[in-house]
Design a protein around this ligand. Structure first.
Ligand SMILES: Cc1ncc(COP(=O)(O)O)c(C=O)c1O
Length: 177
């Protein structure tokens, strides 16, 4: 696809919430370690570390080698079955997490799901349905996490399952007490 075809397909076929911040968005062609190249072949040093980023560099050789080996062995399996990589990683996390009490893991593939799981676990443990969220907080794009965000442009207005309790209310309450 040409750069123009990619931009057209993006604007016509992706949900409008998948937006970019630039009038002339960067169309990325490929990347290696700390460098990326755009569709015109221009090379950039990637300093972007804010949102939806990983910290091991692009197409990291060590990571790729492990991913390829796993893909060739077992790519996907239902959670009703047991597999070594998941059990081994959970065991390793239990060994290295501080305090010796975080011995159970639940694996997800996005931050939104991780936050959903954390909220659900907190609700199960405390029996409480109230969640305290900080003002300007962002927790993801699932319905629950969008109900919890303090940013109006990401706030889920239709399916609110939580009442937002901004930090300022918390502080006011603490000051009054
Ligand atoms: C602070 C924070 N929480 C949650 C998320 C949601 O993560 P994901 O996009 O992987 O669902 C993000 C994503 O940028 C984030 O920055």
């Amino acid at each position: 696809m040409t750069k123009e075809e990619i931009l057209l397909a993006q604007s016509e076929h992706l949900f409008p919430c998948v937006f970019h911040y630039y009038q002339q968005p960067l169309v990325i062609s490929h990347a290696k370690n700390r460098y990326i190249w755009d569709a015109d072949g221009k090379q950039y040093l990637d300093f972007f570390g804010g949102i939806v980023t990983v910290s091991v560099g692009h197409c990291n050789d060590d990571v790729n080698r492990k991913v390829h080996a796993q893909m060739d062995r077992l790519q996907h399996v239902s959670t009703v079955f047991v597999n070594e990589p998941q059990a081994a990683l959970a065991k390793k996390l239990a060994q290295i997490t501080p305090g010796g009490k975080l011995t159970k893991s639940f694996f997800t593939s996005s931050g939104s799901e991780a936050n959903e799981t954390a909220i659900l676990a907190a609700r199960c443990y405390t029996g409480s349905t109230e969640i305290v969220a900080l003002r300007y907080a962002y927790h993801g794009r699932s319905s629950l996490t969008m109900g919890l965000t303090g940013q109006s442009n990401w706030r889920e207005r239709l399916l609110l399952s939580l009442s937002l309790w901004p930090l300022v209310s918390l502080l006011r309450g603490a000051l009054r007490a």
